[in-house]
Structures are given as C-alpha cells and as structure tokens.
Write a protein that binds this ligand. Structure first.
Ligand code: ACO
Length: 471
C-alpha cells in the first residue's frame, strides 16, 4: 500500500514480484527489447502490475504501463470518468504528458540519449545536422540521406526581403529572443502553403527544413542588427550549417575549431524531452495551430531565466561576482538565504538530481576551446570556484543542486565572440530540431488530443451581481 487518504480511500499496488512491493521491475535492456531505433511514439505496454484506487466505497483498477527503459506510469485516463476525481500536480512534477520515442533521460543516473544514442558519443562523433536528422526521422542518416537533408535545408537559404526588413525595423537594443519569436510568427503571413491543419508528409518535411534554414538566418540577422552592422547573407553552398551561421554573424572566413565547438554546443541543446519550451510547442501544436506559431511560442517559453534564459543570467551573475571582487562565497550565502530572491544561476534542474551529463561535456569543451583559442577568461576561474564551493555545501548537496547545461555554455559563447543577449538565441537554434521532432511525433500520433489541463477552482462560490451604487 503506498498511500492512504482515509479509512475507505486508498491506492494499493499489486505486484507479481514478491521481493519488490512497489512493483518496479528491472528495465529491459536494449538488446532484450530490440527497439532502440523506434521512430514513432508507441502505446506503452501494460505490465502485469496494477494499482487499485479505492474511493467512496468503490474500487478502480489503474493499469501500470512501462516504457522501453523500464519507466513505470500509472494510467489514469479513466480516472475522472469513473470517479469524478482529477489529479492536482503543480508544475507537472509527476505527470507524463505523452509517450515519446525521441529522447530518454534519467535524472538520477545522469543519462541523456537521443533515439538511444548516448549524448557523449553524439557530442564527440556527430555533427549538428546529422543529429537534427536523427531526432526528426529516428535514425542516423546514411550518406545519401544526409546529403538530401542538407540540400533540402540549403534550398531554403535565402530569406524574403519582407522578413529581413522586419528584423531590421527593430531597435538595435531589442532582445533578439523577442525579435526571433516575432519574425517566426510573421512567417505565417508569407507562407500560406504551410498553414493547412494537416500537412502532407512532403509539406511537413519542407516546412521543417525551411525552419532549420531560417532560424539560422534570423538569429544571425538579429545579431547584426544589434551590432548596427549590415546583414551578411547565407553562403550554404560553401559552408556547412554551423560555419554558415558563424559566417553570417561575423563575416569572413570561419575558424574550423570555432565551428566544431558550436556543433558540440548545438548537439547538447538539441532535445531534452518534455521541458517547458518543448511542452509549449506541443501544446500550441495540439490545437492544430501552424508550425510557425508553435515554434514561435517555444522560443518565448525558452526565453525565461528559469529555462533557456539561464545561460545569459549565469554570465551576468559571474560578471557581478567579478565586479564585486571575485568573492563567490558571499553569493553562495545569498543563494541560500530564503529572504533573498537570488539563486545560483546555472545550478539545479527539475530532472537531473545527480549531475547533468551535458554540463560535464560542456565544462570539458570549455577548457579545450579556451586553450585552443588561447583565451584566458577570469569568469571561468570564478565559475569553477563557485562550483567547487557549492558542491561542498550541505545546502546544495541536500537539495541535489548541480551545475546544469547553462553553467559553462555562456563562457564558451563568450569565447566564440557571441554577445550575452544572444546566448538564449543560440540555445533556441540548438533546440529547434528537438521542437520539430516533438511536433512531428505529436501530429503523427493517434493518441494526440488538444492539450487542456483541468483545474481545481478555489474562488468565490456563486454570488449575485450588485449594481455599482450598491458596492
Ligand atoms: N540556487 C539556490 N537554491 C536553489 C536553486 C538555485 N539555483 N535551485 C533550486 N534551489 C532550491 C530551492 O530554493 C528549493 O529549496 P527549498 O526546498 O528549501 O525550498 C529547492 O532547491 C528545490 O528547488 P525548486 O525550485 O523547487 O526546484 P525545481 O525543480 O522547481 O526548479 C530550476 C528547477 C528552475 C532549474 C531551479 O533549480 C532554478 O531556478 N535554477 C536556477 C535557474 C537555472 O539554472 N535554470 C536552467 C535550468 S536548465 C534549462 O532549462 C536549460
């Protein structure tokens, strides 16, 4: 029995595994399931276990479902219909909103895999476009598939004059995330052919490739406007995706070391299952709004400092510590003080409670790229000192707060000559294939329904309208 609400209301778990009262069974290995390269979200199979909910003298059996990595879920699809009850779950801490075959992450063990491939291997051996294909279509591409995919993206390399003009109409100090979100939404005005409720496979592929090309262009253009410099157009016949982006940002030739570092950063950001921005893309898309609207909404959700905006906030925090004399202990004390709103930015994660595997790779990449570019950044020393101190502190240890992906990424972006207000745009550029893959999976799934959570109303009960002179 896991939980008792009153003498007559409780949930009991039944398990055929006598040594394991909660019914959790060992995860089947990839070899056992043979399903590591599934491309479609599938129905989760039912386990032999179930839970019995007893409420108001009636009993309801809740099936226990199991994902391909052994994750267990209580199926409550019939809960409201059979009992009138809903569940209350602030911040969706316990709620799986969908099944998905794209990304697996295990926060306790610090595991992140795209379509079964460990993030460490992809960061070391792959490139961003190959990973984008993997996420979107379920498998690593062969040479012909990769060539065709790159060519399709490159066929959308030029940006319409109206959209360029729109980006240039913003003030130089406009935040590029706002510009990106607005111009993405504006695409709907110029591409009516991609606004149908149900796109054909060909149109779906075309609009996803178009977005891959255009988000790169919009991001670089927004940067140039911020710098009050003329726009540099894409030269995708000469450069690969990341090099083209760097060329559009800075003009001139591209340092291959810098392009490689950017590839790694974008791979690490490419998907992270049902986070705030991805859930937003799915939610907006579930109403059958067009893809431009869904991705624009994803950009807005990512902007916040508790999500993708943390990378900008980390650098600002490190600069603040530097300006204060570099004594990070004071800032650790501030982060622990419940009367102080300050948080250690780049620390903590909703899902990772051991370490963030992306942070480990980024920390190493940070050392490598700074050494290669012969850059000495005092912010890196402050970051390392801050991390070391925090990881010794019981406040952070007890709450399982570790550096997340954003803690070191800003230092690399800074080394790549990318200004602070562009950091979250870089995150968006990296996350785009994940958003596209998750949107595609959602629209192709027969289980998809419009996202519409319930609520528990806590306002006043019925009262009668009073004329204004009676109030
Ligand atoms: N600094 C200080 N204390 C923290 C921090 C932090 N960075 N993060 C969490 N805590 C504390 C909370 O105050 C809380 O303490 P309490 O139990 O005494 O009340 C406890 O740790 C749990 O924190 P929650 O906010 O409940 O955890 P949640 O899972 O809701 O939040 C989040 C996760 C938003 C990432 C949080 O850790 C945070 O704000 N971190 C800083 C911002 C950041 O780096 N965001 C990027 C996340 S990664 C990404 O989105 C790409």
């Amino acid at each position: 029995m896991t939980h008792i609400t009153s003498d007559s209301n409780f949930i009991q778990f039944y398990s055929p595994y006598s040594d394991n009262p909660q019914g959790a069974r060992q995860a089947p290995t990839g070899a056992e399931t043979g399903e590591n390269t599934m491309t479609l979200a599938r129905k989760m199979p039912m386990t032999k276990n179930s839970a019995e909910l007893v409420y108001d003298g009636r009993s309801l059996e809740l099936p226990v479902l199991e994902g391909s990595e052994g994750e267990l879920a209580l199926d409550i699809n019939k809960l409201r219909q059979d009992t009138g009850l809903v569940t209350l779950d602030h911040g969706f801490m316990n709620t799986a909103s969908c099944t998905s075959a794209i990304t697996f992450l295990d926060g306790e063990r610090g595991i992140l895999r795209y379509r079964g491939y460990p993030i460490e291997e992809l960061a070391e051996k792959s490139n961003f476009i190959e990973v984008a294909y993997l996420l979107t279509y379920g498998d690593l591409p062969n040479s012909a598939q990769l060539k065709a995919y790159s060519e399709q993206i490159n066929s959308h390399s030029s940006t319409r004059a109206e959209l360029k003009n729109l980006i240039q109409s913003y003030p130089a100090d406009a935040h590029p995330m706002g510009v990106l979100s607005a111009v993405l939404s504006s695409m709907s005005a110029y591409y009516p052919e991609f606004l149908d409720q149900d796109l054909s496979k060909e149109k779906m592929d075309a609009v996803m490739s178009q977005l891959m090309a255009q988000v790169k262009n919009f991001s670089a253009y927004a940067y140039r406007v911020g710098q009050k410099k003329p726009l540099v157009d894409s030269n995708s016949s000469k450069y690969d995706y990341c090099s083209d982006f760097l060329h559009m940002m800075h003009g001139g030739e591209v340092d291959p070391e810098v392009a490689r570092a950017l590839n790694v950063l974008l791979i690490l950001h490419a998907d992270h299952e049902q986070n705030c921005s991805t859930s937003t893309v799915r939610l907006v898309g579930s109403s059958k709004a067009n893809l431009y609207a869904a991705i624009s909404a994803g950009v807005s959700a990512l902007w916040g400092p508790l999500h993708g905006g943390a990378n900008q906030a980390v650098i600002e925090m490190l600069q603040e510590i530097q300006a204060d004399g570099g004594g990070y202990k004071k800032f650790i004390a501030k982060a622990k003080d419940k009367n102080d709103g300050f948080r250690l930015m780049g620390f903590g994660h909703r899902v990772y409670k051991n370490f963030d595997p992306r942070a480990r790779i980024i920390k190493q990449a940070c050392d490598t790229i700074l050494a290669k570019l012969k850059i000495q950044d005092p912010l890196l020393d402050i970051a390392k000192g801050l991390e070391e101190e925090a990881l010794k502190d019981t406040y952070f240890v007890e709450r399982k707060l570790y550096p997340n992906v954003d803690f070191y990424s800003g230092i690399i972006y800074k080394a790549l000559n990318i200004p602070t207000n562009m950091f979250t745009v870089m995150f968006a550029l990296g996350r785009l294939p994940g958003w596209l893959a998750q949107w595609k999976e959602m629209v192709e799934s027969k289980d998809t329904k419009i996202g519409r959570p319930r609520q528990i109303y806590t306002g006043p009960i019925t009262r009668n309208y009073k004329a204004i002179h009676e109030r």
